[in-house]
Design a protein around this ligand. Structure first.
Ligand SMILES: CO[C@H](O)c1c[n+]2c([nH]1)[C@H](O)[C@@H](O)[C@H](O)[C@H]2CO
Length: 453
């Protein structure tokens, strides 16, 4: 596929294609302790000096906890058909398990009702990184009891919201949680252990399986898993680069999809983690491998990969001299999304796929007179990736929807408010929302089901 969409091509997407945008609780809500909510590990992490850029926290964020009605009105104005969001676990169970905080449940119930009243389908993610601090105190994802904790939390939400919510996902990006939170320490809870990372990864997948299994007892609709995956291309034609690609691919792309969909880990993980790779009980894989209705794929970039000294996979990402890069240092490579979707279909079969995140941080100009934010690079990024998805659909991949990351500029975790991914600009001082040019463009794409791409 050439990068530029071909002129005159019919970009119509399948009827019923679900066009939306995505956010996550900690990144937009603010008011983390309001109305009886308990702290999460991200509230603790951000309030620990030196953990986030400029000491930025989610105490206010986009103030969505109080401005949710206006934000749904904005989604309606933009013509979104769907909205992917996450629930803050510690709003529902302040201690992580047991006692239910009704005010927290009521917040999400009101949000879901408002979405439905505005013709917007909710896609709910149970866990988008903000583990209740009380559970971290009990070992968090290192404690095998986390599978029961997570299933109980899911069941609380299934009983309260299922039917109004018809598309559920258990976990957002287990790879980032373990690589960032337990191996390299850049993300909450900030651990740096080669021994903890595989244990946390395995328990996250046990928790995924337990929550998906609990859904089948309670729910009547769709359950999925959301992963971040990216194609790994060899930097050169040496055997060392080929082996590095195998390790990088197994470590990011197969580490979680294989157990969830095939009931086993890729063989490379034992080599990658060495003596830190435990022998897992066989019965764990029966729990992990639960029937799923879809997989959510978060796609941002590719990695041109060579042998290197990254830990634990012993690879290096080779910067492309002629490449275009975003503010987060990710190469813009739409073809990678087509390649990835074809790999997914070839490896795991015809399971439906939603692109649950795709977007880019670019340096946006300030809001101009008359309320315009010119962000041509973001529009170009989205257009090219939608074209890449269209190619994959034409090749037979069952892609059902696309959630732009993100609806709003928001808190980019440890990078604080320094990166803007939103199709809507947020003035953090006034909380004023201003749709960027990319949002206006996206509205037309949605209204035409892709034809105006
Ligand atoms: C490493 O890229 C990941 O696929 C990825 C990128 N992103 C994510 N995962 C997370 O799901 C979001 O919360 C981030 O805000 C977003 C932008 O950084």
């Amino acid at each position: 596929m050439s990068d530029a969409p071909a002129q005159g091509r019919d970009f119509r997407f399948p009827d019923g294609f679900l066009w939306g945008a995505a956010t996550a609780a900690h990144q937009i809500e603010g008011s983390p302790l309001a109305d009886g909510a308990g702290p999460s590990i991200w509230t603790r992490f951000a309030h620990t000096p030196g953990m986030t850029l400029n000491g930025d926290t989610g105490d206010v964020a986009c103030d969505h906890y109080r401005r949710w009605k206006q934000d749904v009105a904005l989604m309606r104005e933009l013509g979104l058909k769907a909205y992917r969001f996450s629930v803050s676990w510690s709003r529902i169970h302040p201690e992580g398990t047991g006692r239910v905080n009704q005010a927290g449940l009521d917040f999400y119930s009101r949000l879901v009702d408002e979405l439905l009243e505005n013709g917007i389908e909710p896609l709910l993610t149970l866990f988008h990184w903000d583990l209740p601090a009380a559970l971290d105190d009990r070992g968090g994802w290192l404690n095998r009891d986390c599978a029961d904790w997570f299933a109980d939390y899911g069941t609380t939400l299934y009983r309260a919201l299922d039917g109004r919510v018809k598309k559920w996902a258990t976990i957002n990006e287990p790879w980032v949680v373990t690589d960032g939170g337990y191996l390299h320490g850049a993300l909450a809870p900030g651990h740096r252990s080669r021994y903890e990372a595989p244990i946390a990864a395995h328990n996250l997948m046990r928790a995924h399986g337990a929550a998906a299994q609990a859904y089948r007892a309670e729910g009547r609709h769709e359950m999925g898993l959301v992963v971040n995956i990216e194609p790994k291309y060899p930097a050169g034609d040496s055997p060392e680069d080929a082996a590095a690609v195998r390790r990088a691919h197994a470590y990011m792309n197969e580490q979680f999809l294989h157990p969830a969909l095939l009931g086993r880990y890729p063989d490379e993980l034992k080599d990658i983690f060495g003596d830190a790779w435990p022998e897992w009980p066989a019965e764990d894989f029966a729990l992990i491998r639960q029937p799923l209705d879809f997989v959510g794929i978060n796609y941002y970039t590719r990695s041109v990969t060579a042998a290197g000294d990254s830990y634990p996979q012993r690879t290096a990402v080779v910067r492309q001299p002629l490449g275009t890069y975003t503010e987060t240092g990710w190469e813009v490579f739409p073809q990678g999304l087509t390649d990835l979707l074809l790999w997914f279909k070839d490896t795991y079969g015809d399971l439906p796929v939603y692109i649950t995140e795709n977007g880019a941080a670019f340096f946006d100009p300030p809001v101009a007179e008359g309320g315009r934010v010119r962000d041509p690079l973001r529009t170009d990024y989205l257009r090219k990736h939608l074209s890449a998805i269209h190619d994959a659909i034409a090749a037979g991949v069952d892609v059902r929807g696309y959630m732009a990351w993100s609806l709003l500029d928001n808190l980019e975790w440890s990078l604080g408010y320094s990166k803007r991914f939103g199709i809507v600009h947020v003035n953090y001082g006034t909380q004023e929302r201003t749709p960027k040019d990319s949002a206006r463009w996206y509205s037309k794409v949605i209204a035409s089901n892709g034809r105006t791409l």
